[in-house]
Design a protein around this ligand. Sequence first.
Ligand SMILES: [Zn+2]
Length: 199
Amino acid sequence: MSEEALIVIDVQNDFCPGGNLAVAEGDKIVPLINEMVGRFDHVILTQDWHPADHSSFASKHPGKQPFETVEMPYGTQTLWPDHCIQGSGGAAFHPALKWTKAELVVRKGFRAGIDSYSAFHENDRTTPTGLAGYLKERGIGKITLVGLATDFCVAYSALDAVKLGFDTTVRLDACRAIDLGGSLETMLGKMREAGVKLA
Ligand SMILES: [Zn+2]
């Protein structure tokens, strides 16, 4: 019998109102996520966790502004304001998030030269985080994803999860989006097409 896990993506201060890369209403999902944390047998969190000189920061690219793109060795990368720097208050989980039950915290984006939206693979699409192996070894075949942001880290995680064979649901009411140039509609379409259950 396959076990089931809740995976809470990047509910960190920098992605909430007042943070460096705030997602509108990012904090509004916390009560619902807390309720879900209480109901799931297994809870896993991800935490965006960048060194201060991370290559996804616009500040590292002279002449570039946040939300512009650059070409990286692994493809096109959106540039972001400095955010979720290792050990900073912005990288901490939202103070109201009841996360202590979590069995695992997956940190991602810790390599300076490569970003990682997905909880499973970094943005080169080949470097694994180890999460798939962890879930498989523990007999967890079914996952529900919630958190921030719908159209980036949640969507990339969900798309990787179905590709890796996990039964994958995204609870849209427990997510919020950045929606950069229509990215929300694009990623919802991709998730639907790939077989992610949108609930
Ligand atoms: Zn990041």
